[in-house]
Design a protein around this ligand. Structure first.
Ligand code: ADP
Ligand code: MG
Length: 444
């Protein structure tokens, strides 16, 4: 509804007015029977404008586009949550945090430990090898962990260092990004302190070099790193490296480094699967003592399948809402908004869980009842509608839908969908409800 009306505003208003007063506003609620709509705006100026002019236009548009008769538009001011999010992003930015940590001796950030690293099918080899190295194994030396951004390479590498020190605090552990290594080397050359720097690096028992792909094209740094590498392996020190790709695919990397990087074990780390994404979200929720509904967790895990960093970005916003939402908790609706805000919604993929959530909410039922076995009329009808929508709006098979509705037989689903399909023809109120539900499910 809102998007249809916002489109109308866009067509009729000057661009600046639209961007200042319509875009930041949102339809918080509407009650068709009470003919009331609630608009939320970010400040007093917007509120005045809305009360003076846009409310009336809103009423007109609501009628034109949805035959909706509204007589009362409430306009209220809510603080924009977005600013808060930006603030969090700033303070939690891993790059900034890392730079601050860099000033300390070994550059290890104590927050990256094995305990908080969720192991799944796509990272268990990397995890196992890293753990072994941290416990002193020379079997995988050097260890190279490679894979795309945000998949946990730095976390694993830092955990390796932290755990190694826990096992044996007397050893010398050094974490460095390949850029840091480059910078250190360049300034040492300038200051005439290369000897000191060499001692520093080459005496490491465990050297952790993050993102070695950035050594690409840096001839003299590569030369220096080659000797560092040989020295450390020569005195039975261990080396762990990460890269976004295999060494042979790093352009302008000396052949002798390419081959040395793969002397030990090269292990890849991949995008987490659905189960692991759920486990990661649960882990974060537990760590932050935040109670998030399982359906919401699953919804997010389904939608955000790119990498863990993005998953964390979504979770941070969820936790902010959870702190403010009180008993109501975080809803699928909230999650949908967060995803849209971050522009990572996979709108094409509508899930049965989301349909159930939407239908249950629409009819004021619990998900448990909707999926359950109770036969009261107030529950049976919405349940059949949800099954009908699941069949209509997703690619799921009848048995699959039955399973998602608490393990019902596929014939039950078939019966339900056929029944609703026939009733829609006769019952215009039902048809209208179903259209509204479809709009909500499609996020319109
Ligand atoms: P990369 O170095 O591969 O780009 P990071 O190690 O920086 O990725 O991970 C990005 C974020 O995701 C970090 O905050 C990290 O703690 C988190 N993360 C990644 N993988 C996992 C995992 N398996 N379990 C828990 N958190 C993870
Ligand atoms: Mg990294």
């Amino acid at each position: 509804l809102w998007s249809v009306i916002a489109d109308r505003f866009e067509q009729t208003l000057e661009r600046p007015s639209y961007e200042t007063f319509i875009q930041p506003a949102r339809l918080a609620n509407f009650d068709e029977n009470g003919h009331t709509a609630v608009i939320e705006v970010p400040n007093k100026l917007s509120r005045d404008r809305w009360l003076n002019t846009y409310s009336q236009q809103f009423t007109t548009f609501a009628f034109e586009t949805n035959q909706m008769l509204l007589s009362n538009i409430e306009v209220r001011i809510v603080e924009p949550v977005v600013d808060l999010f930006e603030e969090i992003d700033k303070t939690d930015n891993p790059e900034i945090a890392r730079k601050q940590v860099l000033k300390h001796g070994n550059n290890l950030d104590p927050k990256y430990i094995f305990d908080t690293f969720v192991v799944g099918a796509t990272n268990k080899l990397a995890h196992g090898a890293a753990l072994a190295v941290s416990e002193g194994s020379l079997e995988y030396n050097p260890l190279l962990i490679y894979g795309g951004v945000g998949l946990g390479k730095t976390h694993l590498m830092q955990a390796t260092g932290n755990n190694a020190l826990k096992e044996n605090p007397n050893q010398k552990v050094l974490y460095v990004t390949s850029e840091q290594f480059t910078n250190d080397f360049i300034s040492a050359v300038r200051n005439g302190t290369t000897e000191k720097l060499r001692d520093e690096y080459r005496s490491a028992d465990l050297l952790l070099v993050d993102d070695v792909q950035f050594l690409s094209g840096k001839e003299s740094t590569q030369e220096e790193f080659f000797h560092t590498f040989n020295d450390i392996l020569g005195h039975n020190g261990r080396i762990v490296m990460t890269s976004d790709r295999l060494p042979k695919d790093i352009p302008d990397l000396q052949d002798r480094l390419v081959s040395r990087f793969q002397w030990g074990l090269s292990v890849d780390i991949n995008k987490p699967d659905f189960e692991t994404r759920i486990a990661i979200l649960l882990e974060k929720a537990e760590k932050e003592h935040i109670d998030v509904d399982r359906n919401v967790i699953e919804y997010i895990a389904k939608q955000v399948d790119s990498n863990v960093r993005e998953l964390e970005g979504v979770f941070k916003r969820v936790s902010v809402i959870a702190k403010f939402a009180g008993n109501a908790g975080v809803t699928i609706d909230d999650a949908t908004k967060i995803l849209a805000d971050l522009d990572i919604a996979r709108k094409s993929e509508i899930t049965i869980a989301f349909i159930q959530e939407t239908v249950a909410k629409y009819y004021g039922l619990s998900i448990v009842d909707l999926k359950g076995k109770k036969r009261n009329k107030e529950i049976v009808m919405p349940r059949q509608i949800a099954m009908y929508l699941a069949r209509d709006m997703t690619d799921n098979s009848l048995p699959n839908i039955g399973r998602e509705f608490g393990g019902k037989d596929h014939t039950t689903v078939m019966h339900a969908t056929e029944k609703i399909a026939t009733e829609i023809e006769k019952d215009s109120a039902l048809q209208k409800n179903i259209n509204t539900l479809k709009q909500q499910i499609n996020g319109e």
